[in-house]
Design a protein around this ligand. Structure first.
Ligand SMILES: Nc1nc2c(ncn2[C@@H]2O[C@H](COP(=O)(O)OP(=O)(O)O)[C@@H](O)[C@H]2O)c(=O)[nH]1
Ligand SMILES: [Mg+2]
Length: 300
């Protein structure tokens, strides 16, 4: 391959919460760069997942879902999603076929029409519906916005993903690659490590506790034997939440620590010693400092 053929582009994946945006990005980069949970609004940061397909390097921007923001943190997340989209060469609107044209989808279509962004439609989770339904859904969306192309995929099962990537590889602009060929993400390791623990909170705890929590990597120490010691603080809003995160005799926090450590050991390919602390900080959602690690706009 010669340099003249190289292509590079930023592709933003936007869509309602839970559409499968993070799943798709992990699938195409071939590793975990973004957390995936069955719950809504779990991706907070703009995560860059990077991959190479033939002559093209594609930097995917995983965005927090676009939904009706209520709190400051929600506003910052939705703002980050739209910023991601406007910074990109192409937007991919991802829709869960089970959710279809819901309120969040309508609001996104409305705003896309206003900003006149080039966009392609990806209907995800095709493993869950019949093909007739897919065709109806596809024409419904295409009547509402002039999508350049429509793809029907299952991000989780990897169905239809190759065609989608080939299209992107041919569509991103001509230009030199911005990242080393083997780089998968531009997320700092401390942030990735914190996100992994946050994912375990979402998977282990019900209702509002994980939404009321944030995780920060406070300390990162590497040893001569290749192992790393990571200390993290889980901030929650109330004493009752702290008790839940700790669990009986500390059982829950031990479980979270074990699960996160197993993922981190695999991801970083080294021995990880993980220490989790739980602290109550009533109004962390109003602390500017808490937004900084993710690059979220506090004043959105
Ligand atoms: N059945 C099915 N589930 C999927 C598919 N893609 C993602 N999911 C699930 O949908 C949920 C939300 O996925 P996630 O990637 O976190 O969505 P995001 O909020 O858009 O980033 C998770 O439970 C995924 O496992 C798919 O192709 N088929
Ligand atoms: Mg996500």
């Amino acid at each position: 391959m010669t340099k003249e053929n190289e292509r590079f582009g930023f592709v933003a994946v936007i869509g309602p919460p839970n559409a499968g945006k993070s799943t798709l990005i992990n699938q195409v980069v071939g590793g975990k760069v973004s957390i995936v949970t069955p719950k809504v609004q779990t991706t907070r940061a703009r995560v860059l997942g990077i991959m190479v397909h033939r002559h093209s390097q594609i930097a995917f921007i995983d965005t927090p879902g676009i939904f009706e923001p209520k709190k400051r943190l929600d506003r910052a997340m939705v703002d980050a999603a739209w910023t991601g989209s406007s910074d990109s060469d192409l937007a991919v609107l991802m829709i869960d076929v089970k959710a279809g044209v819901d309120r969040d989808a309508l609001r996104i279509l409305d705003r896309l029409s206003k900003v006149k962004k080039h966009a392609v439609l990806v209907l995800n989770k095709i493993d869950l519906v019949k093909s007739e339904e897919l065709l109806t859904l596809s024409s419904d969306f295409n009547e509402r916005f002039p999508f350049e192309k429509t793809f029907m995929i299952s991000a989780a099962k990897g169905l239809g993903v190759k065609d989608f990537l080939s299209f992107l590889a041919d569509t991103v602009p001509k230009g030199i690659w911005h990242f080393p060929e083997d780089q998968m993400s531009d997320m700092p390791v401390r942030l990735i490590a914190a996100e992994v623990t946050r994912e375990k909170l979402f998977l282990a705890l019900r209702q509002e506790v994980p939404y009321s929590a944030t995780v920060e990597t406070e300390d990162w120490e590497e040893f001569d034997d290749g192992s790393v010691k990571i200390c993290q603080t889980i901030y929650v809003e109330r004493d009752t939440q702290k008790a839940i995160v700790l669990g009986k005799g500390g059982a829950m926090v031990r479980r979270l620590s074990t699960e996160a450590r197993m993922d981190l050991t695999e991801m970083f390919d080294r021995n990880v010693h993980l220490f989790l602390f739980v602290k109550v900080r009533e109004k962390w959602m109003d602390d500017r400092e808490r937004y900084e690690p993710w690059g979220l706009n506090f004043n959105a």
